[in-house]
Design a protein around this ligand. Structure first.
Ligand code: PEP
Ligand code: MG
Length: 544
């Protein structure tokens, strides 16, 4: 037995033959007779590759989600980059070289420039340029790139897979992925994660003559075993079968309702941070988005995001997930989430300080930019708007007034917005929970932010690791506030969900169901495990 170790990107066990992926060899003739003809060939190839990248975008969107698919959208744009394309054209017109030589030289130069940058993100982009160069050469030289994977299911080994090579792979022939190079930042790693395929990178000691050998990829221990011992085969096969059973059971739940044995149905939604998480919502069959933490749109931007750029982000999520309900929480900045361009003062007590709705209500232009972007995006799907850190009726009314002002402005400008937007607030302060009866009159829904509700109820700073021994996530005071909020909401026809971490705690699912919760919004990976629990609960029997 031989063992190669690497860095694990995706957990899991893959068992089967190794197939060593060999990149095609390009034989490039340098000289060309007619530059006009070469320019035309180059342009034809460029358009063809753009078309291919668009098809890969569509394929990745279905299989791996928006985040992964975005790579190919970026590739399409790179092929429109004037600097890159003009450099290639000059090689054909001034040096009188062939289209393939120009593509090789032009793209290699740009890839080299990226490789030399200090930032690992830009270094990783050099692989994207090489990927595009190879796609150009494949078109110009007429290579067939679909036959590189072999014909039987295998663990695929490669030097480093380009994103387009990764997405083109036939998943039914793919047991696992191993690369000699690669970085955890690379798009291949991102794609592997979204495909949930056992994957190792930087497995340097792979040998070429391992082609066709029987192997086990053990993602849990970051090892690749070549011709493993029988004991190892038995134990890792057992582990893989266990994983497969668990996964299959969860997959079977896709498309099913979150209904208890006695017939009560609730909604299980997903929490997301932006358009990049759309794929996870779809793959885990969440019925909607219960919390889109819009502050990540702000945190991911180096400057205050414009109304337009926000509109694009919200539109993308709403449009892709339509007709599912998508609840977007207005910017919850401050406390642990700070942003330089907001120029917020340092405070003694940031968790109790100038944050979230308090910032929005005092920086009205900032708030209106977001509300206008949300309203404009609302026509592309089913939107819910949720205000965070509410402590009083006055605040909710003010938020709603500003929202109405934005609607009036848009109407005057002739810009349409949906008339069917649900309005809600987060219940994450004891003040809001205790005033839930009054607040419920004002809104369509409540969403319990148990992370902050626990922090403020127990006076335990959620950022302070030293307080861990004092913290009790199931503190009876928090559970009572949750119960009170649900009851108050229902008295006024307001539905009530939970979007804090407690919503995903499987030991509390039955308790929440008995309290009458209408929705749980959790990290996407917890959607199907929760569905499993809900479907096993019988509320007509007393709680075990
Ligand atoms: C919460 O407080 O429970 C919540 C969902 O909001 P955040 O964790 O973003 O503060
Ligand atoms: Mg919160």
């Amino acid at each position: 037995m031989q063992v190669a170790t690497g860095i694990k990107i995706v957990n899991g066990i893959a068992i089967g033959k190794l197939h060593i992926f060999k990149a095609p060899v390009y034989e490039i003739s340098e000289a060309a007779a007619d530059p006009i003809e070469e320019l035309a060939r180059f342009e034809q190839a460029r358009l063809k590759v753009q078309e291919q990248q668009h098809a890969l975008y569509e394929k990745a969107l279905k299989e791996a989600g928006e985040d992964s698919a975005g790579i190919f959208e970026a590739h399409e744009m790179m092929l429109d980059d004037d600097d890159l394309i003009d450099a290639c054209k000059m090689i054909m017109t001034e040096q009188k070289k062939s289209a393939e030589y120009a593509a090789k030289e032009g793209f290699d130069n740009v890839a080299e420039m990226f490789r030399e940058m200090d930032d690992p993100y830009f270094q990783a982009r050099s692989a994207d340029i090489i990927d595009l160069k190879n796609a150009m050469l494949d078109v110009l030289l007429g290579n067939d790139t679909d036959s590189l994977q072999g014909t039987e299911p295998s663990i695929l080994v490669a030097e480093d897979l380009a994103p387009s090579e990764t997405v083109k792979l036939d998943k039914s022939l793919l047991l696992g992925l191993v690369t000699r190079e690669g970085s955890s930042n690379s798009h291949t790693a991102i794609l592997a994660r979204s495909m949930n395929l056992p994957t190792l990178i930087q497995c340097k000691s792979i040998e070429d003559d391992w082609e066709g050998k029987f192997a086990i990829l053990d993602g849990y221990n970051s090892c690749l075993y070549i011709e493993p011992t029988q004991d190892l085969i038995d134990s890792l096969t057992a582990r893989r079968n266990e994983d497969l059973k668990k996964e299959a059971l969860l997959q079977e739940l896709k498309g099913k309702t979150n209904t208890t044995v006695d017939g009560k149905t609730i909604r299980v939604f997903a929490n997301i941070g932006g358009p990049a998480d759309i794929g996870a919502v779809q793959q885990n069959d969440a019925e909607g988005v219960g919390l889109f933490r819009s502050e990540f749109v702000y945190l991911n931007s180096s400057e205050d995001p414009s109304e337009d750029s926000q509109f694009q982000a919200y539109k993308r999520v709403l449009e892709t997930l339509s007709p599912k309900l998508v609840i977007i929480r207005t910017c919850d900045i401050g406390a642990d989430k700070t942003i330089d361009y907001m120029n917020l003062d340092k405070e003694e007590n940031p968790a109790l300080g100038y944050r979230a709705i308090r910032i929005c209500l005092t920086r009205k232009d900032f708030f209106k930019r977001q509300l206008r972007a949300l309203l404009r995006a609302s026509v592309y799907g089913k939107l819910g708007i949720m205000f965070p850190m509410i402590i009083s009726l006055r605040e909710v009314r003010e938020c709603k007034e500003i929202l109405e002002e934005c609607k009036r402005e848009l109407a005057n400008e002739g810009v349409s917005y949906s008339k069917d937007i649900e309005i809600g607030i987060m219940i994450e302060t004891p003040a809001a929970a205790l005033c839930a009866d009054e607040l419920a009159e004002e809104v369509d829904f409540f969403s319990l932010g148990t992370n902050d509700l626990t922090q403020y109820t127990c006076a335990i700073d959620r950022q302070n690791a030293k307080l861990e021994p004092f913290s009790d996530t199931h503190h009876p005071a928090v559970l009572r506030l949750i119960q009170m909020t649900i009851e108050a909401g229902h008295r006024h026809g307001t539905w009530v969900g939970i979007c804090g971490e407690l919503g995903a705690d499987p030991t509390l699912t039955e308790t929440f169901l008995r309290m009458g919760v209408d929705e749980l919004s959790v990290n996407p990976k917890s959607v199907l495990p929760l569905r499993k629990i809900i479907r096993s609960v019988d509320l007509s029997k007393s709680q075990s």
